[in-house]
Ligand binder design. Structure first.
Ligand SMILES: [Zn+2]
Length: 373
């Protein structure tokens, strides 16, 4: 039974501490589900979204305040709408927060992440019309019950915990970027920001996709070594403090350059750093930008034409790609056991946001647990 009221963390002003309040539990429309949240992932960038997004990226609007944030909920379906036939109460799911309107030209073409009104539920939107989508799905995962379209549910295998599943958001983001770059065996793949919250699961997905040479670039040598130990025959590491990324990448690929480079660094990354990645590409190589670098990046587009090179942005992932990850976890090819779980009750959300600076790179997995199992 779903109770009429639930506890939810709400933010009233940009950057203000969240307060825990009792609100009405959401009810499903015909194609929706209500999910009892057992874990909600907390990525370090949530702090930026709450405090700085309105100033840094005014084109990416927050939901109307007060709002309940929380990007990555995982839990159990507690109620289904009258038209839902493929899911049932009790199913274990991860909710893909990528929300689309369902009726614009991109949506009708099946391209959810190109929707004119796309939002990440519980996070931010991508256009001035985003609020319409927030109005339909107003709760993120920092509450006891969240609402989502049935079509956004990734059904979880038994061998993944809810806390691990709450990491699928950035994992899927990396996975989708790797697919756009046709990652696979014999596709030398450079991942910049490889030990971070986005980069580390991207490395795990590259392993799952069979990439045989992963060039992992980051800053901290200890974290890099820990990463290398996961698959020493396939992961090769370089600290940006130890000289040119480009020179190392060229050397590691017999003078050719990499087939694929992924930029996974956060908003603090520099344009110059991304330029190094472009210069690391071989002929016909491709850079997929999946991080959040906001600096201008000077590009030699004439050379890129001569060399048949590509540059592509990649935002989030489809629910189908989310289900791919669930199947890789089921089969054991994507290993979510490497993350160190840091779980907190809902009341301690403000402490989590303040303490996430002290994480063990991307190995740490911070979650809030609104309903203990
Ligand atoms: Zn749409």
């Amino acid at each position: 039974m779903v109770p009429a009221k639930m506890r939810a963390a709400r933010m009233y002003d940009v950057g203000a501490p969240m307060v825990i309040e009792e609100v009405d539990t959401p009810r499903p429309q015909s194609l929706d589900v209500v999910v009892k949240v057992h874990a909600c992932g907390i990525v370090p960038n949530l702090g930026n979204v709450l405090k700085n997004w309105s100033t840094w990226f005014p084109q990416l609007p927050l939901p109307k305040l007060p709002a309940t944030f929380g990007l990555d909920p995982a839990g159990v379906i507690a109620e289904v709408g009258s038209g839902v036939t493929g899911l049932k109460v009790g199913d274990r799911v991860y909710v893909n927060p990528g929300r689309s309107c369902g009726s614009c030209r991109a949506c009708r073409a099946g391209d959810q992440t190109a929707c004119n009104s796309m939002i990440l539920q519980g996070y931010f939107g991508y256009s001035p019309t985003a609020q319409e989508t927030f109005d339909r799905y107003p709760f993120g995962g920092l509450c006891e019950y969240t609402l989502a379209p049935a079509s956004a549910c990734v059904v979880l295998p038994d061998n993944v915990t809810f806390q691990q599943a709450a990491r699928l958001g950035y994992t899927g983001t990396g996975y989708s970027a790797l697919r756009k770059g046709n990652a696979g065996p014999n596709v030398a793949t450079l991942i910049n920001g490889a030990t971070g919250t986005l980069g580390l699961p991207t490395v795990l997905c590259a392993l799952a996709l069979g990439v045989t040479k992963i060039l992992a670039v980051a800053r901290n040598p200890d974290l890099l070594e820990e990463l290398r130990q996961i698959a020493p025959q396939r992961i090769f590491t370089h600290s940006v403090n130890d000289g040119s990324v480009r020179d190392w990448a060229i050397e590691m690929t017999g003078g050719e350059g990499v087939d694929l480079a992924l930029d996974c660094v956060g908003p603090g990354g520099t344009g110059e750093q991304m330029r190094e990645l472009l210069r690391s590409l071989r002929r016909s190589g491709k850079l997929v930008n999946v991080g959040a670098v906001a600096d201008p990046v000077p590009m030699n587009v004439h050379k890129m034409m001569d060399w048949n090179q590509g540059f592509q942005g990649s935002v989030w992932f489809s629910t189908a790609e989310g289900q791919d990850m669930a199947e890789m976890i089921r089969a054991g090819t994507l290993d979510m056991n490497l993350f160190r779980q840091e779980a907190y009750p809902l009341d301690r959300i403000n402490e989590v946001l303040a303490g996430i600076e002290n994480r063990h790179g991307g190995f740490s997995n911070f979650t809030v647990v609104p309903n203990p199992e």
